[in-house]
Structures are given as C-alpha cells and as structure tokens.
Design a protein around this ligand. Structure first.
Ligand code: NAP
Length: 365
C-alpha cells in the first residue's frame, strides 16, 4: 500500500516536531507538507527547527521540505493538487478564534483536519476522540459535513493532554458496568505541555506552579463530551461523573501524572476486580492492530513507588497509560496514580491514532 501524504500545521513546534518524528517511519502516513508561522515560512524544515529540535531521534525525510505559511491556504491546496497533502494534522498555537477560523477554512476547502488545538473541542458537531474510549463519535462526520455543506473536509479533535492519564482507566471501569459518580484528580504536568520555550526556567527550577490557565476547566468538562452521546447530529454531554481538578506544572520534561480518588455508584468493584478490568482492557485500536496503538493500553505496576515519569512515560510505545498505587480511598472508594506521555499519547501519537481510526472508518485516504 502506498503511504497517504499528510500535512502538519505547526510542524516546527513541540507537538509538530513529535508528529514529524513519529511519521518518519509510519506504515500508513508520510509527512509530505509542513507549515508554521510566517517566521518559519520559506525555510527548509531542518533550518526552521535548528537549535530547537526537542523530539527524540530525527526528522526522517522531512528535513528538506520547505515550510509554508499555515495561514496561506492556497499553498496547502496546491500541495493537495500535487498529491502531497491528503489531510492535515493541526498543531497550531495561536489565538483560539484564529485557529477556529483557519481549521474551518481548511475543512471547508476539502482538506480534513485532525487537530490537537482546543479551538474546536466544544463545537457541537466536532468529535473529540480518544480512540479506545469513544471511536463511535467519529460517525458524526457525515452530519458535520451536511450541517456545513462540506464535501470531503471535516474537523476531528483530540482532548487536552492532562485527561489521558486517567480517562481511559475510568472508561474501562464504566464499560465493565461500574457507575462513577464523582472524583477528584490532582495532575502534575510536564513543562513540554506548555510548548517551547514554554514556562520560564526561573519559574520551574526548584519549584512547581499550582496553576495552569484553563486546564482545570478542561479536565472537568472535556470528559463529559467524550462520554456523551450523539443526538440529532450534535453531541449531548454525559451527566457525570462530577470532577474536581487541581492542575500543577512540575519540573518534569515529559509525562503527565494524575492522582485520582473516585466514588462509585451502588455497585463497587473490589481492588482486585478493578485491577483485573484494567489489565484485561482492550479496545478497537488493539483489536484492529492500528500501528500507533499500544498492545496493552493500561499497564499496571505493583511497586509502591510507581508510576514515575522518567521510568514509565515510554511504556507501550509511549502510548500506554501506566497505573499504580491502586488502593482503597478513606474518603471516597478507590484511588490510583496514572501516568501518560503528554507529547506522544497526549498530543502527536494520540492524533496519529485518531487518524488511523478515521482511515479505518473510511473518512480519510
Ligand atoms: P508550540 O511549541 O508553541 O508550537 C506552536 C506552533 O504553531 C509552531 O509551529 C509555530 O510556528 C506555530 N504558530 C505560532 N503562531 C502562528 C501563527 N500566527 N500562524 C501560523 N502558525 C503559528 O506549541 P505546542 O506545545 O507544539 O502546541 C501546539 C498545539 O497543540 C496547541 O494548540 C496546544 O494547545 C496543543 N497541545 C499541546 C500539547 C503538549 O503537550 N505540548 C498537548 C496537547 C495539545 P513557528 O515555529 O514558526 O513560530
């Protein structure tokens, strides 16, 4: 099978670099178009990222791509005509309104957008996908196209990176028949989550910052859309669980950690039953063998001091959630610590897995 040529908007940033790196040996997709701000436009990719390359390994064949201005849609349309841009991954960091307009312009011109940006997460007909949790939400795409008069284009997004460390484990318990009524989550989020150069070193060394703008609202609200239903061509949020979030920035390079305490409905699993559900959890990406899918989406650690970012963030191709410290909670029912890689599972790897899901469903390629 020849590879599908894809574009990356924001290709020079922290997430864009991870896309370029992960796509350098992807069996279905190849990075064939790169775009960023006017500051990078016109430069070969390797020159545009010189001195600020933070992804592991290299950029494969993308080094010689000439970076285009992401605001200039005509360049992407020209690349599409030349068979170089079947769809785009959006990893733009710009104003929310500007991002919303730009992503709509690409989709309206026929170029599907698989986005990491938050601009469209609350748009009523845009799916917010975690491939293991709500793959069926992709099936709103025909209604989205109809609502907007789009033919081949559409927008699909992934949620905030802080959710990835705990929402899949919560979903595994819910799918096994356990209602979760409410939970508290305290996240300890890596500096790479703020992009590059991100938080000043003076604020991070020998310190932590107990505030990330907008993050607690995202952590509390986005799960309700992901767990929600499609009704008459739009999403209706799930009524619960009620979530209380504390989000902290900590001096870790990669890997978001989340400490969760949760309360079940009337039916409560034992600790051993919860562990069994998590260890055995598999979903569509595993069943279909999607290239970016971790073979085991939830990995359990029994050691009392795990998971740890440096030791566990790369588990399962950096796409797995590692859980540990699973024990009874003296206030609610059960508590655990979850960890996932924020720029892979929480950003570029999660975006690629969503594109694999959308390809499998026939919406891409
Ligand atoms: P970043 O390192 O700051 O990179 C931003 C990218 O956007 C760069 O390629 C930059 O191009 C481009 N850009 C900035 N202003 C632009 C403009 N006016 N026009 C066109 N392009 C412009 O940010 P990031 O951490 O990669 O985040 C990218 C997106 O992913 C954001 O929406 C973020 O919220 C989301 N996200 C990030 C993470 C994470 O862990 N970092 C996780 C999930 C989601 P230049 O290099 O030319 O300036």
């Amino acid at each position: 099978m020849s590879k599908i040529p894809v574009g990356i908007l924001g290709a020079t940033g922290m997430v864009g670099q991870m896309y370029v790196h992960l796509l350098s040996d992807h069996p279905w997709f190849e990075a064939a178009y790169a775009a960023a701000s006017p500051r990078s436009a016109g430069k070969p990719y390797r020159e545009a990222v010189a001195g600020r390359w933070h992804a592991p390994g290299g950029w494969g064949g993308a080094g010689e791509l000439i970076v285009e201005d992401a605001n200039d849609l005509s360049k992407a349309l020209d690349a599409r005509r030349r068979g170089r841009c079947a769809f785009v991954f959006s990893a733009l960091e710009m104003g929310k309104e500007e991002t919303r307009r730009l992503e709509e312009a690409y989709a309206g011109a026929g170029i599907p957008v698989v986005s990491n940006a938050s601009a469209h997460r609350w748009t009523a007909d845009v799916p917010m996908l975690i491939a293991e949790v709500n793959p069926h939400h992709a099936d709103i795409i025909p209604a989205q196209r109809k609502n907007r008069g789009w033919d081949t284009g559409f927008i699909a997004v992934k949620p905030n990176c802080s959710l990835q460390s705990y929402l899949t484990p919560l979903w595994a318990l819910m799918e096994a028949g356990y209602e979760i009524k409410r939970l508290t989550v305290t996240t300890m989020q890596a500096v790479s989550g703020a992009g590059y150069p991100g938080v000043p070193s003076w604020d991070m060394i020998d310190n932590l910052v107990p505030y990330i703008e907008g993050e607690e609202e995202k952590s509390e609200r986005e799960p309700l859309k992901i767990l929600g239903a499609i009704k008459e061509g739009v999403f209706v949020n799930a009524p619960g669980p009620v979530i209380s979030a504390h989000c902290n920035r900590v001096p870790v390079t990669n890997g978001h950690t989340a400490c969760v305490s949760l309360e079940f409905g009337a039916k409560k699993p034992s600790i051993e039953e919860a562990k069994r559900i998590w260890a055995e959890f598999r979903a569509l990406p595993q069943e279909r063998g999607f290239p970016m899918a971790p073979p085991q989406p939830i990995i359990l650690r029994e050691e009392p001091d795990r998971p740890q970012p440096r030791k566990d963030r790369d588990a399962g191709k950096a796409m797995a959630v590692t859980l540990g410290r699973i024990r009874p909670c003296s206030v609610l029912d059960l508590r655990f610590t979850g960890l996932s890689h924020n720029t892979v599972r929480g950003a570029a790897g999660g975006g690629i897995l969503n594109a694999e899901l959308l390809t499998h469903k026939g919406y891409l390629g």
